[in-house]
Design a protein around this ligand. Structure first.
Ligand code: HEM
Ligand code: HEM
Ligand SMILES: Nc1nc2c(c(=O)[nH]1)N[C@H]1C(S)=C(S)[C@@H](COP(=O)(O)O)O[C@H]1N2
Ligand SMILES: [Mo]
Length: 332
């Protein structure tokens, strides 16, 4: 069977790599119970499909006139990416390598894969990589057998996780649980941690400066899950006020989105129908926020992944720009 190794092996690798890269970002973006599960299963099956194709690819590589350092480098980063992905699933963000979480290594490796792959595919490009005959019944059956192999590999990793007990309480996004008291100070990419004075800080809400005391007094309990893409989540009770209770109703008529901006410049834009479920929070589990986790005021956005929970809020502004007109992920 390995003698068949060749064009379809390479085509399969290409589709799996493109598919894993794309579904990884979907897994990062979603918070819904079903959508997150679908994304992480699809991502895991596509990614582990690479492992199933390895024996055939080894045949392709051994048949080549010579092995090049760039292609061996590609193989090495693919291994790093896969190992980091599986470590994330089995062990979670507490395992560090060189100060980095498994997901940081994983996504970093994925970017390097893209660069190496562009080089590899352009060097080895053959015409007619995909052929109509690939859609014939026997070929599709063989593809289905590969799919089953990838599915079994995915389940094997899942079962190992469950048996070793590390996976029991994972969220549908795949994140591992932590206690509210252990929520780490997390930045998306390169944001700084500002030290603000809660006594003098004002949050500009629709043009009105609000004191932290005022917000704290008006705050009520909000149960929400903070789920960070680095692979942890915490269920906690925050103290916050809904944005819909702070913004003047008549101003909503002309607006199309609400822009929440941090003193650092980090910002996220939300559609107006999210307003009743967005909160300016001053406390977690009854305790005032710590500097690293957004003091004195942060956004609590139940149902949104952690990167939407803008910390150190400076302003909340209504805007006529639609919420879709922003980068899907922060750039800071
Ligand atoms: C996991 C990703 C991949 C790895 C690690 C990998 C690695 C390799 C290696 C080590 C070789 C031996 C030749 C050399 O060193 O350049 C090779 C050959 C080859 N690769 Fe890949 N490859 C990957 C994906 C792909 C993809 C996606 C394509 C095309 C769409 C492709 C097309 C080819 C072709 C056509 C050859 C044969 C070259 C010959 O026999 O002269 N590879 N690959
Ligand atoms: C070509 C690139 C990629 C490959 C081959 C790959 C492969 C994998 C594999 C094999 C796993 C373990 C799956 C499991 O056992 O359930 C994994 C997990 C994961 N990957 Fe990727 N991945 C890639 C790119 C990305 C990117 C770009 C992102 C995000 C932007 C990402 C996010 C994740 C996350 C969040 C997990 C953990 C999922 C969970 O806990 O269920 N991956 N990846
Ligand atoms: N201003 C600002 N807000 C931010 C971030 C950031 O880097 N800058 N990181 C976000 C990310 S990625 C997450 S997961 C949460 C983390 O909150 P924590 O620091 O309380 O864990 O804050 C979000 N809010
Ligand atoms: Mo995050």
């Amino acid at each position: 069977m390995l003698r068949r190794a060749g064009r379809r092996t390479n085509l399969g690798l290409l589709l799996l790599l493109v598919g894993s890269f794309a579904t990884g970002w979907v897994a990062f973006a979603t918070a819904g119970v079903v959508s997150a599960r679908v994304a992480s299963v699809a991502h895991g099956v596509l990614g582990l499909g690479l492992v199933v194709l390895t024996p055939w690819k080894v045949v392709v590589a051994r048949r080549a006139p010579r092995l090049t350092p760039a292609s061996l480098g590609l193989a090495a980063v693919v291994v790093v990416c896969l190992v980091a992905g599986v470590v994330e699933v089995l062990a979670g963000p507490d395992v560090r390598g060189g100060g980095l979480t498994p997901i940081q290594v994983h996504v970093g490796a994925a970017f390097v894969i893209v660069a190496f792959l562009v080089e590899h595919v352009s060097r080895h490009w053959r015409p007619r990589l995909l052929r109509v005959s690939d859609l014939g019944r026997r070929r599709l059956l063989r593809t289905a057998a590969f799919g089953a192999g990838a599915g079994v590999t995915f389940l094997a990793v899942d079962v190992v996780g469950r048996l070793s007990g590390t996976n029991a309480a994972r969220a549908s996004t795949g994140s591992h649980p932590i206690a509210p008291a252990d929520i780490p100070a997390t930045t998306w990419l390169l944001d700084r941690v500002p030290v603000l004075d809660g006594a003098t800080h004002r949050v500009n809400v629709g043009g009105t400066p609000l004191s932290v005391d005022d917000l704290d007094r008006r705050g009520g309990p909000v149960s929400a899950r903070l789920d960070c893409t680095t692979g942890w989540y915490a269920d906690a009770v925050w103290t916050g006020v809904a944005l819909s209770d702070l913004l003047p109703a008549q101003a909503l008529d002309v607006a199309r989105s609400v822009l929440v901006t941090s003193v650092t410049g980090y910002r996220r834009r939300f559609p107006l129908d999210a307003l009743p479920r967005l909160f300016l929070a001053t406390r977690v589990e009854g305790t005032l926020l710590a500097t690293g986790t957004g003091a004195p005021v942060r956004l609590v956005a139940p149902g949104h992944r952690g990167f939407w929970w803008v910390k150190w809020v400076a302003s909340v502004e209504l805007s006529t720009v639609p919420a879709a007109a922003q980068s899907p992920f922060p750039l800071q």
